[in-house]
Design a protein around this ligand. Structure first.
Ligand SMILES: [Cu+2]
Length: 162
């Protein structure tokens, strides 16, 4: 019995190591829109009134997005606040959504970064990032945390652009 028990412990110990290591790919902001992304970002960002940006907040923690289903309207400026309330890093990753928006700026505790495109967003434990963007392409896109195993623990969601 003791032998079997020690064997069973190995997978959970390995899983814990992977989770704590937090080897997500890190925040990656593009200097110009990569292929497949919205191309005329500067014009779209200039065409809206940022004083009217709608605030939306998503909390990230082990192991969920709250709310997990998001909806945005095309052509409306948004200020999306991503609060990591957890004890480990989480990512806000949605390739489809990232390709469907024109990004104005990402603000982290290190300061604002003007960027036209998001490749990945990783938010360290306890950190809050803010993304300013305009939705361009309608669709429903999968959202997931790309830290190891987090999506298999249910850290997924959807983002609709209407
Ligand atoms: Cu996560």
């Amino acid at each position: 019995m003791l032998q079997r028990r020690s064997i069973l412990l190995i997978p959970s110990a390995l899983a814990t190591t992977l989770i704590l290591a937090g080897c997500g790919t890190g925040t990656d902001l593009a200097q110009r829109p990569p292929p497949g992304y919205v191309g005329d970002v500067a014009a779209r960002v200039a065409a809206v009134d940022w004083a009217q940006a709608r605030p939306v907040t998503v909390e990230l923690a082990e192991f969920a997005f709250q709310p997990e289903h998001l909806a945005f309207e095309q052509g409306v400026p948004y200020r999306l606040t991503l609060e990591n309330r957890g004890n480990v890093a989480h990512t806000f990753t949605s390739e489809g959504f990232f390709k469907a928006i024109a990004v104005r700026r990402v603000t982290t505790p290190q300061g604002p970064v003007d960027t036209p495109a998001l490749v990945n967003l990783e938010i360290p434990a306890g950190q809050t990032d803010v993304v300013e963007f305009v939705p361009v392409q309608a669709g429903t896109y999968a959202l997931a945390c790309h830290e190891p195993l987090h999506s298999s623990f249910g850290m997924t969601g959807t983002i609709a652009v209407r």
